[in-house]
Design a protein around this ligand. Sequence first.
Ligand SMILES: [Zn+2]
Length: 492
Amino acid sequence: MKKPPLTLLLLLGASIFASAVWAFNTTGARWVGVSTTFHVDIPGVAPSGQTWSAAFEDALTQWSEKTAFDFLVDRTAVDPCRGYSRSTGSNMRDFPAGIGDGQNSAGFRNDVCGNDFGSNVLAITLTMSDLGSLGFTQMSQSDIIFNGNLEWDIYKSATKTAKDFGRVALHEIGHSLGLDHQLGVPAIMAPTLGNITTLQDDDIAGANAIYKIKDKCLTTQINVNARINDALKTGDCRIMDLFGGSDDTSFVDVYKFKLDKMTFLNMEMKSSELDAVLIIAKTDLSGITIFDDFGTSCDPKVATSLPAGEYLLLANSFVDPKKCGSNTGTYSITITDTRFPLLGLVKNASGNAMVAAALFSGAATAGNGTTIKTSFTANEAFNITAQIAPDPLHVGLTGSVYVLVTLGNGKQFVKDRAGKFELFNGALSTLAPYKTGPLAALEKIQIADNLTGINSGLVGQSVSVHVGYAIESKPLDIYYGSEPIKFSIDAN
Ligand SMILES: [Zn+2]
C-alpha cells in the first residue's frame, strides 16, 4: 500500500476524464478488478442492417476474448447521461457536471450530457475514478457517448463519410480500459480514425500490461481455519505486479480461500517486524477492502461476514512505513470461521522449537452455546467447545488430539477416548489422547456438554482447558495453544 486508505466508499478527488477520437487522452486510471458490466441497449439499426447494440457487443467481445479483461453485458437500458448534467462553466466544451449513476453504458446523444461535442469529435468516454491507495487511480464507471449529429454506419472497408461505429466503439472501449492513444504502430488506439477495424497486437499488449496478473504472484490455497506463518521479503510479488498500471512497490503475499455459504470470519494479521496491512478481494481483484491498524495496535483485525464464493487474502505492508516497523519481515495471519477466540500462539509441549502453522480456538459458553462466558453460577449449564486446525502438513496423517483440564487447586485431568476425565500425573508420556486417527483439517472437540458446577463437582473452582495434538511419528511434540479456555464456577 502506498498510504493509509482513504475512507472507503467516499469518492475523494472524484474527477471526470474524457477522451475522444481526435480530442483527448486518458490518464493511467484502471478498473480495480479484471471485469466490469456494460449496459448495452442502443436503439436503432445501421444502414448496413446490423443493430448498433450488436456492433457494440461485438466490440466488447473483441476486448474480452483477446485480453485479460472481461466485459459482461447487461441488455437492460441505462441512460449513459444519467447522473451527469450540463456544467455551468462559460466554456461549452467543459465536461458535464455530476458523478454519474455508477453504471456503465453507451449511446448516441446530440451533446455530451448537456455540453457540446466540439468539432470533429466522434465520441467521448466519460470515466469516474477516485484516488486509491494501491498506486493507481481506480475507475468505477465509464459511459461512452457517440456523437448523434454525425452520419454513422457499420462496415469493415476503408473509412467513408459515414463513420464506422464498430471501430470507434473499439477505440472508446479501449479508453474505458484506461488505454491512452498510441502513435507510430498500427493500433485501434491511434489518435485519428483510420482503416484499422480490429484490435491490433499493440492494443492487446496494452490491455494485458494493465490487467494480466504476473506469474510471479503465486497464490497459496488456504482453509478458512488456518494459521499462516510467512514473511514479506525482497523478491516477493509486489502490488504493482497484481495491478498493472500501479506504481505501488510494496510486497504482497497472495492467499486464496473458498466459502461454501455466507460465513462469519475472524481474521488477524500480526507482525513485530512490519507494518501489516490485510486486503480482502474477490478473485478478479475487484471488491477490495483494505484493513490497516485495529484500534491502537499496528496490526489489522477483521470480523466480517462474506457471501459464498472465492476470495483472495493479500498480506501487504506500506511502500514507506511511517510507524510500526518496516515493509519487510515475518508475519502471521489467522483466519477462523468461529466466534470463539483464538487460544494464543502455538507451543510445543516437548520444548522443541518446532513451528506448526496450527490454530486453536475455543470457549466456555452458557447453555445453548452462543454466549461466551468466563464465570458461571453453580447450577448454570455450560458447554466447553474447542477446535483445532492442524498444520496443513499434518492433515491426513495419523495423530492424537489431547484435552487437558487444570483446576485452580492444581489437579489436572485429561479427557480420554471414552469421554471420561482421568487424573493426569504430569508425565507427558502418559497423557491419554481424546482421539487417535487421521487428523482432519478441522478437529471439533466437545469437551463439556451441558454440565453444571453442581453435577460436575466444580463449584468454587477456576478451570483452564488446553487442547493440543501430535502426529504419530513425533508423539511428544504436542502442539497446543498458549492460552487456555478459562472460566470459573461461583461458590454457592
Ligand atoms: Zn481516443
